[in-house]
Design a protein around this ligand. Structure first.
Ligand SMILES: *Cc1c(COP(=O)(O)O)cnc(C)c1O
Length: 767
């Protein structure tokens, strides 16, 4: 379509669907028309891609954190500028689409990774489709009331869902012991850069199995009618808001089986519709399990294969040749387990198959060293490793930890199954689209092509010490900071002067990520500035973005603590020309796109060994930000790529953590360090007010008392952290510092998700 055709398509869609003329149309109307015009435009490519390859990859994931689709789809199709101009001619800025909600069908890193992988798959031309759940409500929206987090429902379809088609005729029945539901697929196109490949993200929605119950209606049993409907729809009603951990709840079990059963039935049905028998499925399909949430797909495939006449052994071997498993965390409480009594009650056929699998492994390992079910509990990661071809960790360090400890016994028996695929992020969304200024700079220096061949960024290295390039880079960062500053002023009511250093920690709130350590460092500078001990401290704005799981008490306490610090610091005229603190509201993908481009410092300060990879760290790096971090997850590879002298690394390493923990005494550190003691004491000396909740006292207790005893070594790493943070503050603004920033962008090539998916394709999927 050229521009005129485009405009007339959009105009007729507006008339037909919303009954408005362009000049009277609301933003949501224009949004729907633009989206649908784009959908019509890609239809032929989409259809031919579905048939294009013999073997397809299915990426099974309970979460796809896709964010806002309109800009990235238009960008990938090369239409963004056309639409921008067309709207501008009518006096509308394309940024009006920012009022369209993100699709937040994921919690954080794991879900965002799935979205990046689909986009990269389509860009590099892999036949990669996603399968997940079409939650009615995505991750909650965050608000603050007196500094406390409050959760609101996320009605992401408020302006409709023009980026998907309901495929009623491809619905499948999913059966639980007590009732069955209908899984209705909604297909979203996944548009690769350049628009040559369009893959599919198929999200299942749960609905009532039978149609309307007229008998019940006749008998005035409206309660029964409503109940059945709610019961069915509840399965895909809401995303569980826990990042990394989910307690074994019945509805969660239903969700997991719901979308995996629907996906497997769908895949098998399509396979058989080609006239093929199920035992050849592995020649046509390979399935990636994104963490343990989709692992019920394994017994489900075995069940269907046995129903088609394969014996258990053949069905098991078929599954093994189809499935692969990605592990995302070593947090003990996140290794998913289910009580077999529950599984048997809800999914009797699946329970039987899991028992057959356990019997098989018990025959192979009579000493019980490897098992799937123990103490009547099924360990989903074990199922995935046993019944899959490959297991991968998500960063080099993480994979080493899996081999050496988490899955040591498995690694001893199946070493050839273990492989590392370091995570990546899509450079289209996380650089080209979100940072047009830096993108133009890069293209001007090294030419086009880096968007799909990110290793080319290396060519920027030769400009790292170039005075002109350095000052251009500094100007760009200043522009990005000004834009973020305006946005934050508007949204949060806090002014961050762009001349300040922007020191950012944006990620889910978790004790292991140690936002508390960052908070302590702010108080450290706060007290020292007030005492005149930091005469040359360069003004710094500390920016936080994070959601806490609604039931995670200590995470919420940390939010309230940081909010209290922000209140104190921002209103203290003695320090607020040196320090500002803001906790942004409702951190999500769209906010991240603004934040990542404007940061001077990327805080990646998890206790070593805890962050499997991180992907936020990569987004910052790509946008020319130095990492202030521990030797954890992909930070290790980031410092390898950029050179450790271009990052700010501190704290105990994995080995040191192990040694320190042997006889750790947080109280001794507290007693011997008066400055730190004063900071920790603000939790219960009346400096801050937790409004009678007792939260702050509990936070303090987590450092000394009970089980926890500063489990994540906040006190242990504190001194090294502020030492390096102060060094960074001294370095900031120098020519050498700008060189580090440019070298970070120049060294980020490895962290393209294009590289990641190609590694999966070569070593795991064999496509
Ligand atoms: C990238 C991203 C994450 C993951 O951040 P980490 O720092 O890797 O934990 C979480 N949430 C959003 C919205 C993101 O864009």
């Amino acid at each position: 379509m050229d521009k005129t055709q485009w405009i007339s398509t959009v105009e007729s869609l507006l008339r037909a669907n919303d009954g408005v003329r362009l000049e009277d149309a609301s933003v949501p109307s224009v949004y729907r028309a633009v989206s649908r015009a784009t959908m019509a435009d890609i239809l032929d490519t989409w259809e031919s891609c579905k048939r294009g390859s013999k073997k397809r990859v299915g990426y099974l994931s309970a979460e796809f954190l896709v964010g806002r689709a309109v800009y990235s789809n238009l960008y990938n199709l090369g239409r963004l500028e056309t639409v921008r101009e067309w709207m501008a001619e009518r006096g509308v800025d394309i940024s009006v689409f920012e009022e369209i909600e993100d699709a937040s069908l994921g919690n954080g890193g794991l879900g965002r990774l799935a979205a990046c992988y689909l986009e990269s798959g389509a860009t590099v031309g892999l036949p990669l489709d996603g399968y997940g759940i079409r939650y009615r409500y995505g991750l909650f929206k965050q608000e603050f009331v007196n500094g406390f987090q409050k959760e609101e429902a996320d009605d992401w379809q408020r302006c409709g869902d023009p980026w998907s088609y309901r495929r009623e005729d491809e619905s499948v029945l999913v059966e639980f012991a007590d009732y069955a539901v209908r899984a209705v697929p909604y297909d979203m196109p996944v548009i690769g850069y350049g628009g040559k490949t369009v893959n599919t993200l198929r999200l299942w929605q749960s609905e009532e199995a039978e149609g309307f119950d007229f008998a019940a209606f006749d008998n005035m049993q409206t309660d029964k009618i409503a109940k059945n409907r709610i019961r069915a729809e509840s399965i895909s009603y809401a995303l569980y808001p826990n990042d990394s951990t989910e307690r074994g709840r019945l509805l969660r079990l239903r969700q997991e089986y719901f979308f995996t059963s629907a996906s497997i039935q769908d895949i098998v049905r399509k396979h058989k519709a080609k006239g093929l028998s199920i035992d050849t499925l592995n020649e046509y399909v390979t399935l990636q399990l994104n963490d343990t949430h989709p692992v019920f797909a394994v017994p489900e495939l075995i069940r269907l294969a046995m129903r088609d006449g394969l014996d258990f052994e053949a069905a098991f071997l078929l599954a093994r040749s189809v499935f692969n498993f990605t592990n995302h965390t070593i947090l003990g409480e996140a290794l998913e387990c289910w009580d077999m009594k529950r599984v048997r009650k809800l999914l009797p056929a699946i329970s039987d198959i899991l028992r057959l699998m356990q019997r098989r492994i018990a025959r192979e390992f009579p000493d019980g060293s490897l098992y799937l079910i123990r103490n009547n509990t099924v360990h989903m990661a074990n199922v995935a490793i046993y019944a899959g071809s490959h297991v991968n960790g998500v960063a080099a360090l993480h994979t080493e930890i899996l081999k050496a400890s988490t899955f040591r016994d498995w690694y001893a028996v199946y070493p050839e199954r273990f492989i590392n695929v370091t995570n990546g992020v899509t450079p289209r969304r996380w650089l080209a689209l979100c940072n047009p200024e830096l993108s133009a700079f890069i293209t001007e220096k090294i030419g086009d092509g880096w968007q799909t061949d990110l290793e080319r960024l290396r060519d920027l290295s030769k400009y790292a010490c170039d005075p002109t390039a350095r000052s251009e880079f500094a100007k760009i960062k200043y522009i990005r900071k000004s834009l973020l500053s305006e946005h934050i002023l508007k949204k949060e009511g806090v002014l961050l002067p762009p001349e300040f250093i922007f020191d950012v920690q944006a990620k889910r709130l978790h004790e292991y990520k140690r936002q508390l350590l960052n908070a302590f460092s702010i108080l450290y500078y706060y007290f020292r500035i007030k005492e005149g001990k930091e005469p040359s401290f360069k003004p710094t704005a500390f920016i936080f973005g994070a959601k806490a799981a609604p039931a995670y008490y200590l995470a919420k306490a940390i939010i309230k603590f940081i909010q209290s610090i922000a209140d104190k610091v921002n209103n203290d005229p003695e320090v607020n020309d040196k320090l500002r603190v803001v906790f942004v509201t409702d951190y999500n993908v769209s906010y991240a796109e603004k934040i990542m481009t404007a940061a001077d410092i990327s805080e990646q300060i998890s206790m070593a060994g805890m962050e499997a990879s991180g992907t936020g760290n990569m987004k910052f790096m790509l946008n020319g930000t130095v990492t202030l971090g521990t030797m954890d997850g992909a930070n290790v590879e980031i410092s390898e790529e950029a050179g450790i002298e271009n990052e700010y690394i501190f704290g105990a390493t994995v080995d040191e953590v192990g040694r320190v923990k042997e006889n750790y005494d947080p109280h001794a550190i507290y007693e011997s360090d008066p400055e730190l003691r004063r900071i920790v004491d603000t939790l219960d000396d009346g400096t801050f007010d937790d409004m009678g909740t007792g939260m702050f006292k509990e936070l303090k207790n987590s450092l000394f008392g009970g089980w926890s005893k500063d489990h994540y070594l906040v006190l242990h790493d504190f001194r090294d952290y502020v030492r390096v943070k102060s060094q960074l503050n001294r370095d900031y603004g120098s020519d050498e510092f700008l060189t580090k920033c440019i070298l970070n962008t120049a060294s980020a090539g490895k962290f393209s998700s294009d590289r990641s998916v190609l590694e999966y394709a070569k070593h795991i999927w064999k496509v």
